[in-house]
Ligand binder design. Structure first.
Ligand code: PDD
Length: 297
């Protein structure tokens, strides 16, 4: 990997992280070499968007965090209200108005043994990343490309685990091929989801289609808020094939990092007219309004 091993120079000065109870300079922040997150990917994570200083969709992100942890038998590192305070404090110390908060909970540090025990103490890590919100809006206006890749991930994609190697490989390949995202396609030719986004298409009669949650996908928070917000957009929660996606009227992605993001090509083929479509735009507006209403200042 093209990764640097030296510490301290990756972050701009002044960036602050939270690790295991301490707010610390980003370049100094570290975990133990026997942290189970490092050794086994025995950890879960969340990414929340921050817009104008507000943590967007925070409540459902924390609900999913609790669920992911409980599925793995890792205890919450602190109660949700305390977690919210840490998130705000990391945002505040980083002067974060627009960007993302990344939070990871590992099962903690222990002498290496595959078997986990109840005695382990979870470790909480929070980092902040600034972004230029105009860059996302520019991308939304232009739409993005996706390429497809065989679904090779494990059978519990519903857990937001950090075992992301297939996702990392898929996204790296997508970037190399000039695309923004990769869509996993299962053995039956059905699209499951993106490497870090949920996948949607729009049928000829204008229905927005996205795979059902029981079908081994990550229960996207943006997906669920968009579904609740959908109002006049008709929804079908069902699997769709790659063939159907190729001939769809529109396609789009959802995630905390991009909201509703139009897809204009799949594997180099134009979707519809090859430009962002009205259903994606409508759902983005509905999603944004509901998300803003429900996300506390
Ligand atoms: N990824 N599917 C996968 C595999 C994901 O990793 C994500 C989120 C989503 C969308 O979920 P949400 O709407 O809750 O962001 C779907 C985050 C953004 C990431 O890994 O950066």
């Amino acid at each position: 990997m093209m990764m640097s091993h030296s510490r301290g120079h990756r972050a701009p000065p002044g960036r602050i992280a939270y690790v295991g109870g301490r707010y610390i300079a980003h370049g100094e922040a570290s975990v133990h070499i026997e942290d189970r997150g490092l050794q086994f990917a025995d950890s879960v994570y969340e990414v929340c968007a921050v817009q104008g200083g507000r943590v967007m969709d925070e409540a459902p992100h924390l609900v999913r965090l609790e669920r992911s942890l409980s599925e793995l038998g890792i205890s919450m590192p602190m109660v949700p209200d305390a977690l919210k305070i840490v998130l705000r404090e990391v945002a505040r110390r980083n002067y974060l108005r627009d960007g993302f908060l990344y939070l990871q909970v590992t099962r903690g540090e222990a002498t290496r043994d595959h078997a986990a025990t109840d005695a382990m103490h979870p470790l909480l890590i929070v980092t902040a990343k600034r972004i230029d919100p105009k860059a996302i809006e520019k991308r939304r206006a232009a739409g993005v490309a996706v390429v497809t890749t065989p679904e090779n991930r494990w059978g519990r994609c519903d857990i937001k685990s950090t075992a992301l190697l297939p996702n990392v490989l898929a996204k790296t390949d997508a970037k190399k091929r000039g695309a923004y995202e990769a869509w996993f396609v299962d053995a039956n030719g059905f699209v499951t989801e993106g490497s870090s986004t949920n996948a949607w298409i729009v049928t000829a009669d204008g229905h927005a289609v996205t795979r059902a949650l029981h079908d081994n996908i990550l229960p996207g928070v943006t997906r669920s808020v968009a579904l609740r917000a959908a109002a006049d957009v008709a929804i079908e929660e069902r699997a769709f094939s790659l063939e159907e996606a190729y001939t769809a009227r529109e396609a789009f992605l959802t995630s905390a990092t991009g909201g509703v993001m139009p897809v204009i090509t799949i594997d180099g083929r134009k979707v519809g007219e090859g430009k962002p479509g009205p259903v994606a735009a409508r759902l983005q507006a509905l999603y944004r309004d509901l998300s803003q209403k429900e996300s506390m200042a």
